[in-house]
Ligand binder design. Structure first.
Ligand SMILES: Nc1nc2c(c(=O)[nH]1)N[C@H]1C(S)=C(S)[C@@H](COP(=O)(O)O)O[C@H]1N2
Ligand SMILES: [Mo]
Length: 322
């Protein structure tokens, strides 16, 4: 049987500016794209998902089996890239909020039967190749099985009600709501249950500094005004998105470079979505303004001021008197 997955299509990653992510649900066309090893060729006839390792009945599923044999669920969830694994403390602000559709992983694992010694789920993508001089024969990520208890880990085949595009992981991707993007393995080909963590390039050399890049840390991002915007004096409405692995409790905003902070209005969370915040400042003096925002989640975690992927977002705008 010909399995034509060897070809890796080219195409650079696609980044989005904060002021481009304006829709409450990010359309697929406005979603940032990350593919460390390139985008693999996928033919749906040849595609299958193998579930093996510490399971009672190792099974190979074709696409129809995943779609037809398991109940379909939808989950609205924020998707946050942790940033480049080569510079993990540099924020990149690549974020989206989408509705995933697919099967619950726990339903699929119930079918194969989990062995008592299994402690981690290893997830393999079809992609392989080089990442800045490091060889990766496969893209593999892992997740502690205890994470299944939240009941939201998915094998997703739809994004915003449409079949996954190739760039977003067609035909199937793992989705762990509240885990950083990197763990949401695209072009899924295999799930292996194991007693320990996986030893792949993206679970050891990268994304393991100093702790594993799993749960999303609290963060907030100003969408408007855009960086370097020129606005007239008067009311300046600042708004953006905030998110964490859990719900955000408060977002504060500053218009004086972090010297003073005011509480923003904050919308509630839907499922695992991001939350909109907004505040209207009255600015009567023309000049440069440094806007900033910082979020605190319901577990009391805050955003650091420096050296972190989730450090405060700030930007400068120009207020003019005409
Ligand atoms: N197989 C595979 N899955 C992957 C990646 C990858 O390179 N290969 N990149 C990850 C990273 S770092 C992110 S942030 C998300 C991005 O998802 P998107 O491209 O659909 O926005 O996919 C993740 N899943
Ligand atoms: Mo990422």
């Amino acid at each position: 049987m010909s399995k034509n997955y060897m070809g890796i299509l080219s195409g650079p990653p696609t980044y989005k500016r904060p002021d481009e992510v304006v829709d409450p649900i990010t359309p697929a066309s406005k979603l940032f794209i990350i593919a460390h090893l390139g985008v693999p060729k996928v033919s749906i006839e040849d595609w299958s998902l193998t579930v093996d390792g510490l399971v009672h009945n190792p099974t190979v599923f074709d696409f129809d089996a995943i779609k037809d044999d398991f109940e379909k669920v939808t989950i609205e969830s924020v998707l946050k890239c942790s940033g480049s694994p080569r510079t993990p403390t540099t924020p990149t602000r690549q974020v989206a909020n989408v509705v995933w559709g697919g099967a619950l992983l726990s339903d699929v694992l119930r079918r194969v039967g989990i062995h008592g010694d299994a402690a981690f789920l290893w997830s393999f993508g079809l992609d392989h190749g080089e990442f800045f001089g490091h060889r990766a024969d496969t893209y593999v990520k892992d997740m502690p099985l205890s994470r299944l208890q939240r009941g939201d880990v998915m094998l997703a085949y739809e994004l915003n009600g449409e079949p996954l595009s190739l760039a977003n992981g067609f035909p199937l991707r793992l989705v762990i709501p509240g885990y950083y993007g990197t763990n949401n393995v695209k072009w899924l080909k295999r799930l292996t249950l194991a007693p320990e963590r996986a030893k792949g390039l993206f679970t050891t050399t990268f994304y393991d500094e100093p702790t594993t890049v799993w749960e999303v840390a609290p963060e907030s991002m100003i969408v408007a005004p855009a960086k370097n915007a020129r606005l007239p004096t008067g009311v300046v409405e600042v708004w953006g998105w905030s998110w964490s692995d859990c719900e955000i409790r408060q977002v504060e905003v500053s218009a004086d470079n972090g010297k003073s902070w005011v509480m923003a209005n904050l919308e509630p969370r839907r499922q695992q979505s991001w939350q909109r915040f907004s505040h209207a400042f009255r600015i009567d003096e023309p000049g440069q303004l440094k806007l900033a925002c910082r979020a605190t989640d319901i577990e009391g975690r805050e955003q650091p001021e420096t050296d972190a992927r989730n450090k405060y977002h700030s930007l400068t705008i120009e207020v003019t008197d005409n």
